[in-house]
Design a protein around this ligand. Sequence first.
Ligand code: ADP
Ligand code: ZN
Ligand code: ZN
Length: 807
Amino acid sequence: MVLSILNTEQPVSLIAEVALLSPPFVTLSYSLPKVFVPEFWKVGQRVVLPLGSGVRIGVLLALKPQTEITNNSQTKDIVLKDLIWSLDKKSFFSESYLRVLIQLSHRLFLPIGQILASVLPIGLRSNQLKLCVFNGQKPKKYTLKELRFFDEETYRKLAELWASGQGGIIERNINTLENELCELCVDPPWAVRPSAKRQIALLELLWENGALNRKIIQDKLGAEANESLKRLSELGFVKVRPAQGEEAEADEIQKIWEKVPLNEEVSAFELTNAQQEVVDKLKDSLDTHQRSSHLLHGITGSGKTVVYLELLKHCLAQGRSVILLAPEVALAIKLKNDLQKRFPQQKIILSHGYQTPTLRESIFRQVSEAQEALVIIGTRSSLFLPLKNPGLIILDEEHDASFKQDEGLVYQAKELAYAIVQEYNAMLLLGSATPDIKSFQATKQGRLTLHSLPERVGGGTLPQVELVDIRHLTPTDGILAKPSQEALLETINKGEQAVILLNRRGYAPLIYCMQCSEPIKCPHCDIALTYHKARERVVCHYCGYNYAFPAPCPTCKSLNFVPFGEGTEKLEESLSGILPPDVKILRLDRDNARRAGRMEEILAAFARKEAQVLVGTQMLSKGHHFPDVTLAIVADADLGLNLPDYRATERSFQLFVQSAGRAGRGSKAGKVLIQTRNLNHYCWDYVKSTDFSGFFEVELQKRKRMKYPPFTNLALIRLSFPVEWKEGYKAMELFAEIYKKEAETLDVAVLGPAPAPLSMLRGRRRYNCLLKAQNWQHIRRIFQVGLQSNPFKDKIRMHLDLDPVNM
Ligand code: ADP
Ligand code: ZN
Ligand code: ZN
């Protein structure tokens, strides 16, 4: 008999606890249908359950004996409903995986169902699934809801078919048309007839968001958008393709990288003594199969990647999987390619947030079903893939802010990775040239083991750092001071390359109206609009609001404006005035790297030396290796140093050292010029001598004095309400009282709620309440009290951000 999953004996005495994958995301108890044997149900399966008059999908978290439940007086009299079906014959999630996420849910104060829902690709949790059975030749499909209302006999019959392997396939109901991905093929300005307003609106939408599903476009622009899409794709402005083609696209991006000349070193080379020593120690640690956590502090160009690769190989040989995280997609792709060249036989999975739901779904399944050890390379969200046996997690550039997600599911990848290695007895390796101060502190306290690579491979020296005084520069002088201009020319005349970092995209960050004497602002965010010359538009960098410019002032209708300040776009333009006409300049920022693959194209072109100068935002300070760059200029160091954030100096220090790390990586010596008005800032001595521990010590003392992390725990409660809701201000006062009252009994300092630095966003007023405490538990307690006593649940949104990265 094949029907081993069908039940013939009675009674079933287990109770299932199931987390809902849709609002309200609660965990509910269900009884098991008598048709299936109890062993059919496994923790970690996705199941179909009845709720109200419909059906939902949930994840089975636990199976408990009935007695355990009935002893609990609260649930004694409740008659439980039966689960309906299971979507997976095997568990989709392991118990270890669920334990890690449950721990995260406690930490973040979110129901586990909500966390599971945000990590599962839509196709794996959609109610639109269908059961497909082959009775005879013809496949028959049933919606999940139909399953609920079948009579006993039909239900049993379907179960028999399912059990006997006669189908029982769950199919996704993909509406392919809605899932189609639309993306731009051209850069602005759009040469469309100005009358085609709808077409321009669509181009702008794609420009701001990158590739979008047809469905999302329709939601935003209405059904007419289909007409515009058709026209624009005929004109070759927009490419529309089935979402399934994503795998092919990843290949395309890789092909671009493959055109980058091979660093001869990528082929075999001997490890340096320093590398060998670190590798040996870490391998020994891996061999013990005990959980351990390490920080690799290796200066820029010291060859950290090789250390990762050696360990990765070792871990795979033990039959355990490896996750390698990079701070951004382009770096992940580059790592994947380097790795693939060294291990041509190894299957490597690339995973990041820009993949379509369809691709993410297939990766999720593949990882969940894999029997062999896997290598996953990707960005922070890769940590949520349901790996069976991780042995090693590496975070490269561990100081990078992108490891913290601060919208939606607010989590820090380093903490999540730490929780995973604890659960699986695995190894965590954080690597950076400029470690996070918290990580550094953790090495002093013994929570992380410190390893160092203090020298550049091949004896290359670190570049010489000089400050350039820009106090005298006026807005009309342009942004580069004389000494910087001269150094730039000199570098180019020698046939070498230079990078210029300016952490501000667009043309002019402010457009002043002469008549109002005010900059033009976003009506939704109260933030100055940035002028983008190539696009002929002004744009809000926070919410994307934009309109064609020049246009009359929205307040006074005057046409008299002065652009103020300089962004990357203007810098690129003014450079062509300073440099000889044959010098090629490339720009890399979020504007021109918007289209898929563009960033890779730009970086690859620069690596091939098709341009002498690369201008860009901090995107270009990260990890890229250009051997012929001998000059790096930080155009405005004060932008970061003056931010109202206790981490401003640490972040700036990291940025300067990383930028310096782009210069002099080949055989030639490099130079770094930092333009600043803050010549007396205490960080310069340490930047110049790249004295990390010196900087860390001073910074730690300062943090201790000011009671900032790592000497205390910091959290933000982020509150917001609709702009038009007049009672909002009163409500914030009420919350201030609630929090302060609760804090009296706990050891927590409460500041606020006060208007957030970005006080208005997307039509909502934003407030922050800063909590400082020794104990995370106390912080969570205060948040919980506010949550429970919120009388305006439909107006006020609040969420808890532990150890906020963006204040
Ligand atoms: P970083 O520590 O900045 O990440 P990389 O890992 O990018 O440094 O290494 C810098 C360069 O040095 C790369 O081109 C790499 O191939 C090369 N390299 C690393 N280790 C060695 C070695 N032992 N011998 C020769 N070249 C090496
Ligand atoms: Zn805005
Ligand atoms: Zn005006």
